[in-house]
Design a protein around this ligand. Structure first.
Ligand code: ADP
Ligand code: MG
Length: 330
């Protein structure tokens, strides 16, 4: 059974950046305004994420790593209208099957925090009192220590570090106003960038800080709504003067970081006729649509999404962006 669980867990958590994405979403679900991630060797040796969210109660610490344990699904009918990010209670369970996991957490108003560690979905050490601030700190060590083939698949710590930096950069921009930090743990000698955004910073501040001050003057705000499609589009996109080296496309649908190749292609095509040869755009978009229009059967780790009325939605986004580019062209 353990081996089966381990294989299943490896499907959910494929690399350090995946695990971090899941944990950031949990921190955001818990209402955190400050999230700090420290990593060692691109997260392969250690990931430690600390937040200032509502915390986990002692009795819940005992069960959080059991599969399908979630505090976000009150009734089964919620499945169709869920608005929080995760809803299946699989992330922590999966991590506990492929890494050494410990959680320390303190809820507001409780005397002290509690710390527990886990193995294969179960408590390894009972929660014991610990001094801590309000919020949660999760430590993941030796990811895939028990899945040799998976561990061997990672070419370099710096590549994993970059993937993590990308994920955190994207969440930091989408959640501007909250503070995000990515740093290497104190005794880590591997190379990799630091990411940092400040409490209260605007999306534009963060784009400037994370994508270079030179593009900030070329960024325009988009906001558009289509009632028939039940679609809201918001974001920041580069104008016709921006020439980044590659197409930086940051896409959130209902606050979840996703990929959508068909939309990316469509936007690439729009920019083709505006940008000078070799120039590439920056596009950050947040789409909101009824949860029931999203394909809920797509596994959450398959970040590629599909949704109802996909062609119409893509055309609408395309048009909104083209109009924006046209109006800024002069
Ligand atoms: P899900 O997010 O789908 O509920 P997870 O395995 O990601 O499942 O998390 C399990 C549960 O652990 C969550 O429902 C939540 O109650 C709790 N939890 C996890 N991380 C945090 C956190 N950072 N702050 C507060 N609660 C958390
Ligand atoms: Mg989750």
């Amino acid at each position: 059974e353990t081996v089966v669980n381990r294989i299943a867990a490896g499907e959910v958590i494929q690399r350090p950046a995946n695990a971090i994405k899941e944990m950031i979403e949990n921190s955001l679900d818990a209402g955190s305004t400050s999230i700090t991630v420290a990593i060692k060797s691109g997260g392969l040796k250690m990931i430690q994420i600390s937040d200032n969210g509502h915390g986990i109660r002692k009795e819940d610490l005992e069960i959080v790593c059991e599969r399908f344990t979630t505090s976000k699904l009150k009734e089964f009918t919620d499945l169709r209208s869920i608005t929080t990010f995760g809803f299946r209670g699989e992330a922590l369970a999966s991590i506990s099957h492929v890494a050494h996991l410990s959680i320390s957490s303190k809820t507001q108003g409780s005397q002290c925090g509690y710390k527990a560690s886990y193995v294969d979905g179960k408590l390894k050490d009972q929660p014991r009192p610990t001094a801590s601030n309000d919020g949660t700190q999760i430590t993941v060590e030796d990811l895939f220590y028990n899945v040799l083939t998976r561990r061997k698949a990672f070419r370099s710590a710096s590549e994993e570090h970059q993937r993590i930096a990308d994920v955190i950069t994207r969440y930091a921009i989408h959640n501007s106003g909250k503070s995000f930090t990515l740093r290497k743990s104190d005794n880590d000698t591997s190379s990799g960038v630091t990411v940092r955004t400040q409490l209260g910073a605007s999306a534009l501040d963060n784009i400037r800080a994370l994508f270079g001050s030179n593009i900030a003057n070329e960024i325009i705000h988009v906001e558009h709504e289509n009632e028939t499609l039940h679609l809201r589009i918001k974001g920041y996109i580069s104008n016709a003067n921006c020439s980044m080296k590659k197409f930086n496309f940051l896409l959130f649908i209902n606050n979840r970081l996703v990929e959508c190749t068909s939309l990316k292609r469509a936007l690439d095509a729009v920019y083709q006729s505006y940008l000078p040869k070799g120039g590439r755009p920056f596009v950050y978009l947040s789409l909101e649509m009824p949860a029931t229009n999203l394909d809920v059967n797509v596994h959450p780790t398959k970040h590629e999404v599909h949704f109802l009325h996909e062609e119409a939605v893509i055309e609408e986004v395309q048009t909104a962006i083209e109009n924006k580019l046209l109006s800024c062209d002069s």
